[in-house]
Design a protein around this ligand. Structure first.
Ligand SMILES: *[C@@H]1O[C@H](CO)[C@@H](O)[C@H](O)[C@H]1NC(C)=O
Ligand SMILES: *[C@@H]1O[C@H](CO)[C@@H](O)[C@H](O)[C@H]1NC(C)=O
Ligand SMILES: *[C@@H]1O[C@H](CO)[C@@H](O)[C@H](O)[C@H]1NC(C)=O
Ligand SMILES: *[C@@H]1O[C@H](CO)[C@@H](O)[C@H](O)[C@H]1NC(C)=O
Ligand SMILES: [Ca+2]
Ligand SMILES: [Ca+2]
Length: 693
């Protein structure tokens, strides 16, 4: 009685339905109790759909059916929530058509009532049926490309005469794959040529001949392969060879013929989609001897030059400028090789031409000369690199931009091959003295006003001047006898007490080498000395000092000739003042050149006058304070306060404090080593020592 066929009943959209059973609320038809519930679920077989038809609905009505409700799910997804009362007609028109599972899917119900019922409700009732799913009609995904046949529980596809069903069971295709290996000459055409070719064609024609031959293709003038209006190939033909694919070709213009494939194995692939009506093409194939191409490798030229070469011919390959022969193991430093056309139509040997690599330039590892973007350098032919100095206290000497040239050398835009150098900025101060007038008597220096001034405390107290980031200059008599022991020099200070306290802004430098001028009379006690000729010594520091606003080198003099009479310069040091034997704060004084006649009249020390020589000048000022600083310290031109001015600067080390009378006498003359006479010696000595390092 239950398995009643309902072919004519109720369900108009489906062909034949099979009634499987009924489902109803607990207590139906006399009414459900509070807190009643019902869970129900059924599934359809594959190719079938399950439908539920409600014939009666009477539940308590509430907002969103919160109190009592019937929820219906299809494959677990909620498709309907029902409550209240509906007539059969309402159910049939608005509810039942939705209660269908997908093919092979499940329907489930969940009914519940809450704790109270103001009025008794009868509940719901319905029946469920199963029917075939019409895939041909209703399923857009299951398209047969030609014919579709629906049957109960499934469907199948079939094809027109001349086509067969693809293994995917949906696509109708034609048989058009052929292996023509061994055939040297023949014709290949699209299916049904010269009529319209079949849809969904996937043809593959294999051609294969002996190794020394190549296949030549000659496409028919009539060529018609479907192309979209924007030029894209909808259907297409491709020629696949061992070394690549020619095509896709489509439209009305045949590929230029004869088409040389340079290959003895060729596969012609033709594919079409499911639409359109086009006539396709025909192609004649033939063979000829393989030839080698006119281009052996990129970035090169060949000599002699021909469009193609016969087997056995030999050419010279020359890489373009900036490219070298790459043997795949390494890049040689040559740009030429000889190669021969083989019977297989390839060049052997065949090497690529690769751009030369200049590598990372060899720069000192002291970090002063730097490469811009050093961690991301491109160092191949025509790449550019840029140099810079580590701080503003250096200037780049030479060009800053270099380019990798064709022979793998870094060469500057000014065609300099030598890399640039960073040289110290000398004789410039960042702190300027405010007053530049003539000052009688010493003045206390501010930090940074005399940044080249160094202090030596032991073994003999004296001054020195920084002349670059590694060298200082002082008077020979300050270091005479102590050349073999390391001494400390202090810079970046004006307050000598800070050395004792080792306060942070003081820079301590250790000597590494002390070189006294070879013509200085060494080892003579000052009391027995007859002259201080050549009183100059160089000190190489153990490491480069970090330059900063308070520690900067002084320039060496440029002009010869010592100090002119009345020419004013500045002497500085922690020397004797009128009140104490040595000064805590760095002092400076402006003094002027004194006439030769007066200089020659040397002070009478220990009864024997000291000799005045060509390597000295003398200077002073009336007034006892401006005597001299410590021995070895600097006398600079121009006068402090004027050196940063455009036409006067930079400051240059004109003299080194050497000797004089004791300052408390009225004799205000001080004798200085004339640095002009030692510029060559200083430069040569530094270059020689640096070259030895
Ligand atoms: C129906 O399922 C719900 C939730 O899974 C459950 O709370 C309720 O007790 C079930 N009712 C019956 C009659 O099994
Ligand atoms: C190419 O084929 C056309 C006919 O399709 C023919 O007329 C022509 O002679 C052929 N050319 C060669 C080089 O085979
Ligand atoms: C490295 O340099 C190239 C160009 O030379 C640039 O395109 C790239 O962004 C750089 N990469 C980094 C991480 O800086
Ligand atoms: C590259 O530079 C080096 C060194 O200056 C030079 O000898 C060579 O000739 C240059 N090469 C080219 C191709 O300019
Ligand atoms: Ca079916
Ligand atoms: Ca087509």
């Amino acid at each position: 009685m239950l398995r009643l066929s309902l072919c004519l009943l109720l369900l108009s959209h489906s062909a034949c339905s099979m009634l499987l059973g009924w489902v109803e609320s607990p207590g139906y038809p006399s009414g459900y109790l509070p807190d009643a519930s019902l869970n129900w679920s059924r599934c359809a077989h594959e190719g079938h759909a399950l439908s539920l038809t409600l014939t009666h609905l009477d539940l308590e009505d509430s907002q969103d059916c919160e109190n009592d409700g019937l929820k219906i799910f299809s494959n677990g997804n909620l498709i309907s929530i029902l409550c209240g009362q509906r007539t059969f007609e309402e159910l049939q028109s608005a509810v039942n058509p939705l209660l269908v599972s997908p093919p092979g899917g499940c329907l489930s119900l969940s009914f519940h009532s809450d704790y109270s019922n103001i009025k008794k409700h009868t509940g719901f009732r319905g029946f469920y049926t199963v029917q075939d799913f019409d895939e041909c009609d209703a399923d857009p995904d299951n398209k047969c490309t030609q014919f579709c046949h629906n049957f109960i529980g499934g469907y199948h596809c079939s094809c027109r005469h001349g086509y067969h069903l693809d293994p995917d069971k949906h696509t109708c295709t034609v048989s058009c794959t052929e292996d023509l290996s061994g055939s040297q000459k023949g014709v290949i055409s699209t299916p049904s040529w010269p009529g319209a070719y079949a849809e969904n064609a996937d043809c593959s024609y294999t051609l294969s001949v002996e190794e020394h031959l190549q296949l030549e293709l000659n496409f028919s003038k009539v060529f018609d392969v479907e192309q979209s209006s924007d030029g894209q190939c909808i259907d297409s033909v491709r020629v696949e060879t061992g070394s690549g694919t020619l095509g896709p070709f489509c439209g009305y213009a045949p590929p230029s013929s004869p088409l040389l494939t340079h290959s003895n194995h060729v596969q012609i692939r033709f594919t079409s989609d499911g639409f359109g009506s086009n006539n396709g093409f025909s192609v004649q194939y033939n063979t000829r001897a393989k030839v080698c191409p006119g281009v052996v490798t990129l970035k090169s030229s060949v000599a002699p030059q021909h469009p193609e070469y016969k087997q056995g011919e030999t050419v010279t390959v020359t890489c373009e400028l900036g490219h070298h022969v790459d043997t795949f193991e390494k890049i040689l430093s040559v740009s030429e090789y000889v190669t021969t056309c083989q019977t297989s139509g390839v060049w052997s040997p065949k090497y690529n031409c690769e751009p030369v690599d200049c590598g990372t330039p060899d720069i000192p590892d002291d970090g002063i000369l730097q490469l811009v973007d050093a961690d991301n350098l491109s160092t191949q032919f025509e790449d550019e690199i840029q140099f810079q100095c580590s701080s503003k206290y250096y200037t780049l000497e030479g060009d800053d931009t270099y380019i990798c040239n064709g022979s793998g050398h870094w060469v500057s835009v000014g065609s300099k091959e030598k890399l640039p150098k960073c040289t110290e900025v000398c004789g410039k101060t960042e702190t300027d003295v405010s007053s530049a007038g003539r000052i009688l008597g010493g003045r206390t220096a501010e930090l940074g006003e005399l940044p080249w001034q160094l202090l030596i405390r032991e073994p003999r107290r004296g001054g020195a001047s920084l002349i670059n980031d590694r060298w200082a200059v002082t008077a020979a008599h300050v270091v005479d006898g102590y050349e073999q022991i390391p001494i400390h020099l202090y810079g970046g200070l004006v307050d000598a007490k800070k050395v004792i306290n080792m306060l942070s802004d003081v820079v301590v430098m250790d000597s590494e080498k002390i070189i006294i001028h070879p013509n200085y009379a060494k080892g003579i006690l000052n009391t027995e000395r007859t002259n201080y000729d050549n009183d100059i010594a160089l000190i190489r520091l153990a490491s480069r000092v970090e330059l900063g606003p308070n520690l900067l080198p002084i320039c060496l003099p440029e002009a010869e000739g010592g100090l002119g009479e009345n020419e004013q310069g500045t002497v500085s040091g922690w020397g004797r003042t009128d009140t104490s034997f040595k000064s805590q704060m760095l002092q400076y004084a402006h003094i002027a050149g004194i006439s030769l006649t007066e200089c020659t009249n040397t002070p009478n020390l220990k009864n024997t006058p000291l000799v005045f020589t060509e390597n000295m000048f003398c200077a002073g000022a009336r007034g006892t304070d401006s005597c001299r600083g410590d021995s070895g310290g600097p006398f600079v031109l121009p006068m402090l306060g004027k050196g940063n001015k455009n036409n006067r600067g930079p400051y240059r080390l004109k003299g080194i404090v050497s000797w004089g009378s004791s300052c408390d006498k009225m004799d205000y003359k001080g004798y200085y080593t004339k640095v002009d006479n030692y510029v060559d010696w200083i430069k040569e000595t530094i270059n020689r020592v640096e070259a030895e390092e």
